[in-house]
Design a protein around this ligand. Structure first.
Ligand code: GLN
Length: 303
């Protein structure tokens, strides 16, 4: 036995449980890969062992929850459309395993690109001790990605939600990055006013879904993910507009303004940046699926 896996079942029992759970998954149109993921987290079983049926031959398998509770977890996935990441409490993003709860948005694969764009764009700044902001940090994913990719930078993670900040802080501690990141509660730049004009970069995945679209999102998102992290107001651009209008005071000359948006929004965000008058080099880039999703700008050197 292992302290994090105190429950035991026979391999045969678990194999049968898996077969039944898989049938329910296909009726509910949930991918069996999610079931394998759940079993990997709860029982440490590899996907091949499940698929090839070799689990059956193992006399004992240790689980972190009882078989009864495992059934309840899977029911929550199928009947209540609870995302698997909230059920296991874990999301994988870049090379991190992150703690998540319904207080934070589940970090999405497309958001991983923000870190690569930030790093590629930051090559012109060679000074140490740069300040970077992750505004609306949620699970802390972006802040952690920046802290790893920019090893001498100081990262400032901000969120309005105390619950989110406590998860972000926990993730930083687990990854040994807490001395590189400060966590502040507040609205966007507000807690960082002492550092006006000093930021080398701002990276944000703000809420950008138009309010009236929220109920139409897939149930996993609409029913379980925090509206605070999704709702971008009537046209979806409320927070993006706010970041355009406020960031110029916080970024140093040439400083980087970088956001994720919803498909279709980048031209409007680029217009907002142009109209604001204090940004240059506005650039739109696609995610891995080829959909334009990221908007980058530099704070003008002279304005
Ligand atoms: N990408 C998320 C989704 O697909 C939304 C994230 C956000 O609003 N920033 O639901």
């Amino acid at each position: 036995m292992n302290s994090s896996r105190p429950f035991v079942v026979s391999g045969l029992t678990l194999h049968e449980w898996y077969q039944t759970a898989k049938e329910f998954a296909s009726q509910a149109e949930v991918s069996p890969a999610e079931l394998e993921w759940l079993l990997q987290e709860v029982a440490g079983i590899g996907i091949l062992d499940l698929r090839l049926g070799s689990v059956r031959d193992r006399p004992q398998i240790w689980l972190s929850v009882s078989l009864e509770d495992l059934t309840k977890l899977w029911q929550q996935r199928l009947d209540r459309r609870m995302p698997i990441q909230y059920l296991t409490g874990v999301a994988y993003w870049r090379d991190f395993s992150l703690v998540v709860s319904p207080a934070v948005l589940i970090p999405r694969p497309e958001t991983e690109c923000l870190i690569d764009i930030a790093v590629a764009t930051s090559q012109d700044f060679t000074d140490d001790n740069q300040h970077w902001a992750d505004l609306g940090t949620g699970s802390g994913a972006i802040a952690l990605g920046l802290a790893t990719a920019l090893p001498t930078a100081k990262i400032h993670a901000v969120d309005r939600s105390l619950e989110a900040l406590s998860i972000a802080r926990r993730n930083a501690e687990r990854l040994g990055l807490s001395d590189r990141i400060t966590f502040d509660r507040g609205d966007w730049w507000e807690p960082l006013s002492a550092l006006k004009g000093q930021f080398t970069g701002m990276v944000s995945n703000p809420p950008y879904i138009p309010s009236e679209m929220l109920p139409d999102l897939q149930p996993e998102v609409a029913w379980h993910e925090p509206p605070l992290a999704l709702d971008g107001g009537s046209d979806g651009l409320d927070c993006l507009r706010h970041l355009v209008n406020t960031a110029a005071d916080y970024l140093r000359p040439g400083g980087i303004w970088l956001v994720e948006t919803m498909a279709g929004q980048p031209p409007a965000v680029a217009d907002l940046l142009q109209q604001q008058g204090q940004y240059s080099h506005v650039q739109i880039s696609p995610d891995l699926a080829g959909i334009d999703r990221f908007v980058l700008a530099l704070r003008s050197v002279e304005c």
